[in-house]
Design a protein around this ligand. Structure first.
Ligand code: GLY
Length: 357
């Protein structure tokens, strides 16, 4: 493997391995164990067989289970499918669940691992850019309910994350580019020089150039690892990882299933949050222009909706999980690489920012 990033969480610390190809060395006990490999119906035909062979080469015995592709599989029904598969494969407290795929499979399989026999170890094997830089790292697992996305879940750290950059080559361009939104996020929230690096490497990133991708994925994981190590359970600073997400989630919910990929909605949400930041925090106009331009260069949306969509979006924002005491709070930028969380924003500013898109 080419790079290793450590997530430092005491006895729950783990490695993120990033490179071309996968290495499962030293993750499983030397005398072998049982593994349930979970993938979805899109990923399994592409990567399932090879991943299974790689795991077996480590001396573990593997059972494979495939769930239907798509967000609706983040459900109690599919958790039950995984519990039954785990029980039928006689997984015990020494066994592992391995999640092969994007955010949906990672969240679902992670939640099954967190609760089966009160918790067995699991390994994240992300195959999308979004999962590599965000959802596979940090231990958020969960499923959706009709009342809300990720309404039920657990903070449950993986034993390891193994990211094979080659799997990014099999992604459709739209799906891949959607992951770039989360990459841009790390530059805005944490590291202005990383933001400048993304700007200078935009063409190489769009072309999925391996060396550039490796360095960029590793830097995103370093930033996420640092934030999660400071605040694993999101009682404070971890909230900054939600930059752009309040508006983004509202857009996803109101636009109808499938119109926006998650990263696309987050891109529009980041543009919205950056514009709000100019009004509320003095975020320099010049930096706003750079954020919007970079997102556009990647072909991501920066203003998303029709003016008449505002009431529905505003209402969806009000039901965001992160609303406390009835007050909507935002992560806002003071400058590139520096954000503050928990910011209340005047109602008039919200609507004016939306209408000025
Ligand atoms: N995706 C945001 C977080 O992991 O906290």
């Amino acid at each position: 493997m080419s790079r290793i990033v450590r997530v430092e969480l005491g006895e729950r610390s783990y490695e993120i391995r990033i490179g071309a190809g996968r290495s499962f060395e030293r993750i499983f006990p030397e005398n072998g164990c049982r593994v349930l490999l979970v993938a979805d119906s899109n990923v399994d035909p592409l990567h399932g067989e090879r991943c299974c062979e790689e795991l077996e080469a480590c001396g573990v015995s593997v059972e494979r289970v495939v769930v239907p592709a798509g967000e609706p599989s983040k459900s109690l029904d599919q958790v039950a499918v995984l519990y039954d598969a785990a029980a039928n494969a006689r997984l015990d407290r020494g066994s592992f669940i391995v999640a092969l795929g994007g955010g949906m499979v990672g969240d679902l399989a992670g939640y099954a691992a967190a609760t089966y026999m009160r918790g067995i170890r699991f390994v994240q094997v992300p195959t999308t850019l979004l999962a590599m830089v965000d959802s596979s790292v940090g231990g958020k697992t969960g499923i959706n309910r009709p009342q809300g996305k990720n309404l039920v879940g657990a903070f449950y750290q993986p034993a390891a994350v193994v990211a094979d950059l080659d799997s990014l080559l099999t992604l459709e361009q739209r799906e891949y580019v959607s992951g770039l939104a989360e990459v841009v996020k790390y530059g805005v929230i944490w590291d202005a020089s990383f933001f400048a690096h993304i700007e200078s490497q935009a063409a190489a990133l769009l072309g999925r150039e391996p060396a550039v991708l490796e360095a960029v994925v590793a830097r995103c994981c370093e930033i996420k690892a640092e934030v999660v190590a400071m605040d694993e359970r999101e009682s404070g600073v971890r909230a900054i990882l939600n930059f752009g997400h309040t508006f983004g989630h509202a857009l996803e919910n109101t636009a109808g299933y499938g119109r926006f990929l998650h990263g696309e909605a987050v891109a529009a949400g980041m543009a919205f949050a950056a514009k709000l930041s100019v009004r509320a925090k003095g975020f320099p106009e010049e930096q706003l222009r750079r954020v919007v331009e970079l997102l556009r260069r990647f072909g991501l949306p920066t203003g998303a909706a029709d003016a008449e969509d505002w009431p529905a979006i505003r209402q969806a924002m009000a039901s965001d999980k992160k609303v406390r005491d009835g007050t909507l709070r935002f992560v806002l930028a003071q400058g590139l690489g520096s954000v503050v969380f928990g910011c209340p924003v005047e109602e008039g500013s919200l609507e004016a920012t939306f209408r000025a898109q």
